[in-house]
Unconditional design. Structure first.
Length: 630
């Protein structure tokens, strides 16, 4: 039976069409994956063993990785590796620092044809693709000179190398300072390490399937992890502050300017829901892609790919009005008093809630129209392709603009912004949040979050991650929370941007987190839902989704009440978990072959509203659903 598999090495994953036929069939990892997963496992290693034989900075961009469908090997060299450095350091007893080498539990490096004695190895525990602990062997590798020869030394737990092997002279076709490739070594596989295109050492290894856990049958598996706490709730007393300074009256994405996703009146939310209505009907759905909805005083507002803004009655799904403007609008609008604020692919608009009539419109250079606007006090903040803009809410007069290209990161092999930005000289943003004084903006293809002063747009700080950031941040107290493609959920200080903690996620995080009552809730791309402690970043519970039903994660932020966490999945499945224990409460499939694409779910307190589109991103069939109890 053909089925989807999660492919992991130190938490590595890749979606394949079918299981690999043999454990010895290896694949090289994409460079961005080496940066993500190599960075994560190196963090674990260096934190676990701060006192190693040699400490040095690594260069993830020149690292190499391989996987076989379940486990893998990653090698990351020293930063600024040079022949002069090797020549000088190789004459010392320990040798010149070369790289860190991480070997998954499914493999054993061999010396004299036998696995290295476990007593000579260092092991570090990280998260595997299932979000559970997995133990990998870790080495500090050096180059040492023995007479006229160079040898590769792998240091484990002891002062002397656990393995040494001689470098042979070679002539590489395309010489680089550090290269790894897979070769055959008798009946086993081997890793060949080449330096400067001149020297090569071979490290044979054996396949050890006994080192792996049981097969992960993702088609049928579903389990809940027992909560760390008792049912009295989180030990942390931290709560989400309400009514931040400068907050606007109205409705916005994830309910407030802090983007918490917290709905305080959870008792009235659906408990055994069904589909109440759908817009448009099946025969009108072709080539229709709805944007993220927002509901305000009984009316749902959402844009679409046909440049229309819809005002729909929440009770029965009938139109109040529909207006056509210039530019497509898939971002959620922001509602403040009697106006809706829209970001399109061309501009930002203020329109009347009564009729949709445009009150003012301002062009935004190189706008992508994918990041929702944020209304804070008397200002409207929007993102363009070159940075961020603030306009007066009343008349659209410019207040300030901030150039996000001036200090953008340098493009490198592992940071290829051309895959995210549409053209040179632009950047793409993911979304924003605010505490009323500072504006926190995620720059998707710059892998960073910046904090700007709401009054003048001046940058207070910038925080860089190792991977693209795909959703808006969420705020709680002094914490700014966000995830991305670097296998962490980050928590940084609101005032300084300094790291408070980083919680490993084992897979990419595509949706914004939600925060309530001292807990942070988020989904990862390996079909896991996490609840972690806001104060420490430690796991409280984890729920394992069934990919056959619930999909492989979510691009939709959770909606959280005091009792439930409600999620929309990539398989069109809407479901709720108990907020304290992670136990499954209810589930509802909205449509076949669709994914829930809302950036955040909307609610009027009784019903839930979500947008969907075809399961393949280019498939332009979608709808907005209303869900509630009969």
């Amino acid at each position: 039976m053909i089925r989807a598999r999660l492919v992991a090495a130190f938490g590595l994953w890749l979606m394949l069409e079918a299981p690999l036929p043999a454990a010895t069939r290896f694949f090289p990892m994409a460079q961005i994956s080496v940066v993500q997963y190599g960075g994560y496992v190196n963090d674990v290693f260096t934190a676990t063993f701060p006192f190693r034989q040699i400490n040095f900075q690594i260069d993830l961009e020149n690292g190499r990785g391989f996987y076989d469908g379940q486990e893998g090997i990653i090698a990351v060299p020293i930063k600024d590796l040079s022949e002069e450095q090797i020549d000088k350091g190789s004459k010392t007893h320990l040798g010149a620092p070369l790289c860190h080498l991480f070997v998954g539990p499914g493999f054993k490096l061999l010396t004299s044809g036998k696995p290295i004695d476990k007593a000579k190895l260092r092991f570090s525990k990280g998260l595997n693709h299932a979000g559970e602990e997995s133990q990998s062997s870790c080495f500090v590798c050096t180059v040492r000179r023995e007479g006229a020869n160079l040898e590769l030394c792998l240091y484990g737990a002891e002062p002397e190398p656990a393995l040494t092997t001689r470098f042979a002279n070679v002539l590489a076709e395309n010489p680089t300072s550090f290269e790894c490739k897979l070769t055959a070594a008798n009946a086993n596989r081997a890793l060949a390490v080449t330096l400067f295109g001149k020297y090569e050492a071979t490290l044979p290894f054996a396949i050890d399937r006994a080192g792996l856990g049981p097969a992960d049958d993702l088609m049928t598996a579903r389990f809940g992890v027992s909560p760390r706490r008792d049912l009295q709730g989180p030990t942390s007393a931290a709560t989400t502050p309400r009514g931040a300074p400068g907050a606007s009256v109205g409705s916005q994405l994830q309910f407030d300017i802090e983007r918490t996703g917290y709905w305080p009146n959870g008792d009235s939310l659906p408990k055994a829901p069904g589909i109440l209505w759908k817009r448009p009907s099946d025969d009108e759905a072709d080539q229709f892609v709805p944007g993220t909805p927002v509901v305000d005083r009984g009316i749902i507002y959402f844009g679409d790919n046909r440049s229309r803004l819809h005002a729909v009655k929440a009770g029965d799904g009938k139109d109040k009005w529909v207006r056509t403007y210039k530019g497509r609008m898939l971002a959620a609008p922001a509602i403040a008093e009697d106006a809706a604020f829209l970001v399109t692919s061309d501009d930002v608009k203020c329109v009347s809630l009564d009729s949709g009539e445009v009150r003012w419109s301002r062009e935004v250079p190189s706008a992508f129209g994918s990041a929702p606007p944020l209304v804070v006090g008397e200002a409207v903040f929007v993102a363009g392709g070159d940075g961020f803009y603030a306009f007066k809410r009343a008349d659209g007069k410019p207040i300030w603009n901030h150039n996000a290209l001036a200090d953008r990161p340098v493009v490198t092999p592992s940071f290829a912004t051309q895959y995210a930005a549409e053209s040179a000289g632009t950047t793409r943003t993911s979304g924003s949040a605010s505490d009323g004084s500072l504006l926190f903006e995620e720059l998707y293809d710059q892998c960073r979050v910046v904090a700007l002063d709401c009054r003048d747009g001046k940058q207070h700080w910038s925080y860089s991650a190792r991977g693209w950031l795909t959703a808006n941040p969420a705020l709680s107290g002094n914490s700014v929370l966000f995830g991305g493609l670097d296998l962490y959920l980050h928590c940084v200080d609101r005032q300084t941007g300094k790291v408070l903690w980083k919680s490993p996620t084992a897979a990419e995080v595509d949706a914004a987190p939600a925060v309530a009552n001292g807990c942070v809730y988020f989904t990862a791309r390996n079909s896991r839902v996490h609840c972690i402690d806001l104060e420490t970043g430690k796991r409280i519970w984890m729920y394992r989704m069934d990919p056959a039903v619930e999909g492989m994660g979510s691009v939709c932020a959770p909606l959280v009440s005091d009792k439930a966490v409600i999620l929309g999945s990539t398989n069109g499945f809407l479901f709720a978990l108990d907020a304290l224990t992670g136990e499954f409460k209810w589930g509802l499939s909205l449509a076949n072959h669709c994914q829930i694409t809302s950036v955040g779910l909307a609610t009027d307190g009784k019903r839930l509203f979500a947008a969907t589109r075809g399961i393949r991103f280019a498939q332009n069939t979608g709808a907005v659903f209303a869900v509630g109890d009969p």
